[in-house]
Design a protein. Structure first.
Length: 361
């Protein structure tokens, strides 16, 4: 397999048409896209091209059988204007874990990293400068056999597209613990960032929104007892000073933000535990006044505070955001690492050009 990446520059950059102060999430796309195709058992024709639409055969397998996976990550600018990525290899490895579960080919980490690096380097003018804003990066793989029939495809397309996004200051979210539908079952695809997981979550999410909630809080599929995660975020609770997040059951996403938060908190001396907390324990903590914080953690928002959680006929209303020490500390630490305001002693924030050199060695 050749790692050479052909680059075709756009002749009409749109970067000057963008209002970087007012960026809707996920609707504006940068000038270039990275694409590679898998055929004859190898990744081939790796290229960066002007951003364009794909032409797909109506029988393209991903459209019918959902053999499709993605990642979500961010590039930001350091205080001196250098493009930086946050834990990019963690995302490459998780992408391959998702690929394995969906019976899709591995993408060599070196190809993933080189394509990512060259694309972000080329479109670095698209990285918004303010702390908290970023270039959101969406690596994706789809099955492209033109075939009606359920079997693993022989052809795949890998692509990376990017969108500039503004600082994400989400309102605290109101959740409802879901007691009818489930997101994932043990042995299923819940741990993969597989397209189909999100399709299955749309109806319960829509019903929750129709009842005045922002998102659902997923419970386990077997007993509707163990708290899983919410939307596209892992979930954390602070109970009586102790920080709790559900363990990686195999049904929840192994979040990079979750992993980062666990490490930041334990190094800062917090009492942190990956613990299979049940919804009944949460209600009990609420009732005895020890439930102090709840927040979601994921790349898009970093931290979303949770204002309320409904479960059956109990409505748990949490303390105001001004009292949320742990969630706010995580958000400001991760944003600060990304912007260079906080010195990165973890080796998580990687300058884009160093990755090229590292990957080429
Ligand atoms: C992407 C995602 C997360 C968060 O993962 P990060 O790596 O922190 O962005 C959590 N849950 C689900 C279902 C997700 O899709």
């Amino acid at each position: 397999m050749s790692m050479d990446i052909t680059i075709t520059h756009t002749k009409n950059s749109k970067v000057h048409d963008v209002d970087f102060e007012n960026l809707p999430f996920g609707r504006i796309f940068s000038d270039h896209i990275f694409v590679a195709d898998y055929y004859d058992g190898e990744w081939q024709d790796a290229r960066i091209e002007p951003f364009h639409k794909f032409q797909l055969h109506p029988a393209t397998m991903a459209l019918h059988y959902g053999q499709a996976i993605f990642e979500g990550m961010k590039a930001s600018k350091s205080f001196d204007g250098k493009p930086m990525l946050f834990r990019p290899e963690d995302h490459a490895h998780r992408f391959n874990a998702s690929a394995a579960r969906l019976c899709m080919p591995d993408i060599p980490v070196k190809l993933f990293m080189t394509g990512l690096n060259k694309l972000v380097s080329l479109d670095q003018a698209w990285i918004p400068p303010q702390e908290g804003s970023a270039l959101y990066i969406r690596p994706t793989m789809i099955a492209t056999d033109e075939f009606i029939g359920v079997k693993p495809s022989q052809h795949y397309k890998f692509f990376i597209l990017t969108c500039p996004v503004g600082p994400y200051y989400p309102k605290p979210v109101k959740l409802v613990a879901e007691t009818k539908y489930v997101r994932a079952v043990l042995g299923g695809t819940g741990e993969a960032k597989a397209a189909g997981n999100y399709a299955g979550a749309m109806l319960p999410s829509k019903l929750a929104q129709d009842s005045g909630f922002d998102q659902v809080l997923w419970l386990d599929a077997k007993e509707f007892k163990y708290i899983q995660e919410c939307g596209t975020m892992n979930v954390f609770f602070v109970i009586n000073g102790k920080v709790i997040t559900p363990p990686l059951y195999g049904t929840i996403l192994n979040g990079v933000t979750r992993r980062s938060a666990l490490q930041i908190l334990s190094e800062a001396g917090y009492d942190v535990e990956e613990y299979p907390i049940t919804i009944d324990e949460l209600v009990a903590a609420y009732k005895n006044g020890t439930l102090q914080e709840a927040f979601g953690a994921g790349t898009a928002a970093v931290v979303s505070h949770i204002s309320d959680i409904a479960y059956k006929d109990v409505m748990m209303t949490l303390p105001p955001v001004s009292q949320r020490k742990v969630g706010s500390f995580i958000k400001s630490t991760i944003d600060g690492l990304r912007s260079g305001r906080i010195t990165d002693t973890y080796g998580w924030v990687v300058p884009v050009n160093e990755i090229v050199e590292a990957a080429v060695v």
